[in-house]
Design a protein around this ligand. Structure first.
Ligand code: TYD
Length: 214
């Protein structure tokens, strides 16, 4: 089972992934968590190029190909082998990030992005896309707070204009509406445990697990 987590900046994906992975593991399944861009030695080097402020002149086309290169490596080196061994993979962002950020955000043609993605992933798609929805300004504020606290850095993608991030969110919502069987939309403005509750309910149903009380 392959679950991708998507959302605008500051939607709290990493916290939810951490909680969900512990819960699935307690139920006896082998869980692997990873993230994009990155997740492999090669992918982490590509990530550094992509998120570096010094790369401000990077064209959206180059951006797509670099994200896709990191994705191709992650799929073949990490995700596919774990799925083939019967495990559960939780991935912080996947191909729908390219659709949302480079497609809707940068307004590159979605059909071309779909072709590039198909090539990069060998056609692998998530069984579930857990989309954590948050108001763009609230999310960016959360993230900026974090960056100041020390946890993360205010990266090149986050520094883009508000209108860019609004298009990203609208793109996610359009994709979710077009494929409700594969997308779970959760309001990330709720308390952490309530967001987690929605995720567990859906995953329990898909994996036929008991929710339990932990
Ligand atoms: P990251 O620090 O991992 O952010 P987050 O915690 O929000 O996932 O940075 C990843 C950034 O890269 C984020 O702004 C989204 C962007 N991105 C794309 O633009 N296209 C992509 O295909 C992917 C995977 C990420």
């Amino acid at each position: 089972m392959f679950i991708a987590f998507e959302g605008p900046e500051g939607s709290g994906k990493s916290t939810q992934i951490m909680l969900l992975s512990g819960w699935v593991r307690e139920r006896g399944l082998s869980v692997l968590t990873t993230r994009e861009p990155g997740g492999t030695a090669i992918g982490d080097r590509v990530r550094a190029i992509l998120l570096d402020h010094a790369a401000s002149e990077m064209s959206p086309q180059a951006e797509v190909l670099l994200f896709s290169a990191a994705r191709a490596q992650l799929v073949s080196e990490v995700i596919r082998p774990h799925l083939e061994a019967g495990g559960v993979v939780l991935c912080d962002r996947f191909a729908d990030s390219t659709m949302a950020y480079q497609g809707y955000g940068h307004q590159l043609p979605l059909d071309k992005l779909a072709t590039i993605t198909e090539f990069a992933t060998g056609g692998l798609r998530p069984d579930l896309v857990a989309y954590l929805d948050i108001d763009v300004q609230a999310g960016l504020r959360r993230k900026q707070q974090h960056a100041q606290d020390d946890a993360g850095q205010w990266n090149r993608m986050e520094a883009k204009a508000l209108a860019f991030h609004e298009r990203v969110r609208a793109g996610y919502l359009a994709m979710a509406a077009a494929d409700p069987a594969r997308w779970l939309v959760v309001d990330a403005g709720q308390r952490v445990e309530d967001v987690q509750g929605h995720l567990r309910a859906r995953v329990a149903e898909m994996l036929q697990l008991a929710i339990g009380d932990r």
